[in-house]
Design a protein around this ligand. Structure first.
Ligand code: GLU
Length: 271
């Protein structure tokens, strides 16, 4: 009898595990009443700490806020870095990643991506008036970037004779540039714009060179949960179609901001 009770209990546990696994992220988020988003917290204007309020704010915070609002759940923000964002997602520590993450083919083996919600490309940030004008000028020199980024990979390909020094975050790479420890910082232009214009002396810095690569950002979601991914995609499209996306874009990248970047691309919209 005891044996059968044990088997029955094991079967019930298995059925529960299967049903919760099948329930998927969408149901899971609704059941817990919050969307946990992995975001950057030192990367203006995507995700950073507002000096006055001490809140984490930014373009990507507004994107995940819109998604949480549409789901009718609270939003919890968890800071991630370029290196930690994928592991934290695969370990289930965050439900979604909105952290300047390029939808790169190689990353498809670990996570799934939403449609593109931001478009940029990789360039270089250098001291104004210096000799560095392009990736080739970095041969034999040191360039700062972030661990776990496409930027460090692309830079090595663009100029194999440079040394890429990788930091946890881009502000740390910028500090190294200011201290003369590296000759340039390389990453997405939109991030470099944020770094340059959040400095006390933006005129000391120049963003130079051709685009080293195209960097389309996708929201990271767990693999093989198309119901959740579809929900995220359709919510992004709704954000664009209702004009909310453009409003949020103008707030962080519009003409009246210090990070002005014209909106020159269109979101993929399904009919
Ligand atoms: N978008 C690039 C990437 O996904 C560089 C920016 C970043 O490190 O977040 O790796």
């Amino acid at each position: 009898m005891r044996k059968w009770t044990g088997i029955f209990a094991a079967l019930m546990a298995l059925m529960f595990a299967v049903s919760t696994a099948q329930a998927g992220k969408l149901e899971d988020i609704k059941a817990k009443g919050k969307l946990v988003a992995g975001i950057k917290d030192s990367q203006q204007p995507f995700g950073f700490v507002d000096e006055k309020t001490k809140d984490i704010v930014g373009f990507e915070i507004d994107i995940v806020k819109y998604i949480a609002d549409q789901m009718g759940v609270k939003l919890e923000l968890k800071p991630v870095t370029s290196a930690t964002r994928i592991p934290l997602l695969t370990q289930g520590e965050v439900d979604i990643v909105a952290a300047t993450m390029t939808h790169q083919k190689q990353r498809e083996s670990q996570v799934d991506f939403s449609i593109t919600y931001f478009m940029t490309g990789q360039r270089l940030l250098v001291k104004k008036g210096g000799d560095i004008k392009s990736a080739k000028d970095l041969a034999g020199k040191k360039v700062g970037s972030a661990k776990g980024s496409t930027s460090e990979q692309n830079m090595k390909k663009a100029e194999p004779d440079c040394t890429v020094v990788s930091f946890e975050t881009y502000p740390e790479a910028f500090l190294a540039l200011k201290q003369g420890k590296v000759e340039a910082v390389t990453t997405d232009e939109a991030i470099l714009v944020g770094i340059k214009y959040s400095d006390d002396n933006p005129d000391n810095w120049d963003i130079v060179g051709d685009y080293i690569s195209a960097e389309p950002y996708g929201l990271g979601v767990v693999q093989n949960d198309s119901k959740f991914r579809n929900y995220v995609n359709q919510t992004l499209m709704k954000m664009w179609e209702t004009g909310e996306y453009q409003k949020v874009y103008a707030k962080w990248f519009g003409k009246d901001t210090k990070n002005y970047i014209p909106l020159t691309w269109k979101m993929e919209l399904w009919p």
